[in-house]
Design a protein around this ligand. Sequence first.
Ligand SMILES: O=C(O)CCC(=O)C(=O)O
Ligand SMILES: [Fe+2]
Length: 331
Amino acid sequence: MSNATTFFKKFGYFHGCARFPMEQINEFKQEFDVLFENKRRRFYAKFKEGNLLEANHDKNRWNMLLPSDSLMMKSAFFADNEIFDTLKSLFTKDFALVFFSSDISSPGSTFQSCHQDTNDFAIALNLPLVKADEVNGATHIFPETHRISAEAPFTTESNKFSDDQVIERANLLTPVSLDVELGDYTLRDLRLIHRGTPNNSREHRPYLSAIFLPTHSNQAPDFKTIKYGLDTFNEFKKQAFPSGRTDLIDYANTFGRLIMLNSSSDRIQRPIPQAISDHLPEDALYCLRFAHFEDEKLNQRIDRTASLSEKLREDIECAKREFNKLKNSNI
Ligand SMILES: O=C(O)CCC(=O)C(=O)O
Ligand SMILES: [Fe+2]
């Protein structure tokens, strides 16, 4: 077992130092800054009215999916040899890159409550585009909390901790600030307790964020049903953000994530251009096998079944009813 794997199993994270060349990170940063500026402009134009968050989640925090037609995708940094080997040894079975995204803590962000991203085993790869520390909001982590207790062995089983239990566990421990330099990367078990911290600088703090999940088969719903789910997500956002209601915004964001989780990919409305896929190494194509490609033969690897499509359609209809109920409830 590599050092990275052993460390990760014990502590729930791994910090890889100076893995990526500075020039590459700077290129990513240049590309990212333009995308992020455009995203914020579009967001404010659409949702400024009544939006109390000033951002798309929590206080001054953003998630932004990254485009398929980008240097960041073409570079396949998420399937770097050292990282891919660690992922392979931690998942032991099949896995996929489900979210190709970014987490930005903007000036004025505040402490998040201590949380797990999920109760289920999954891994986040973060690539910081700026050096991060306690001034600009490096993430706080609580080492070893991905396991159900300090004595328990590493497993990939889900845990059942509630939000309150997670906070109780964290209250007994001291967090570590996961400070990072340009060129570093981190891997984090999504079950590990952590929190975003305030960004007291004047600059945004962007991390590229690639989320890998275990997969159990090469089956998924069809593109048409997934697109229906994503259209519904957009409809929820249109109603949630201008209302300024965080319950509706959280519902919409959670629903969007669920659609992508059900699809094992966030790349359905962002098909990967052939000019990019022709350059992707085999390991990257493996991680992205649930994505939508311009190159039809790459789409043939997944079996898009009627039963999964039907099940997803039912879930979407149910979510629409629940969203409307929530919207009409008095708060
Ligand atoms: O960006 C960060 O530092 C952490 C954000 C986070 O944990 C979250 O939004 O779930
Ligand atoms: Fe988180």
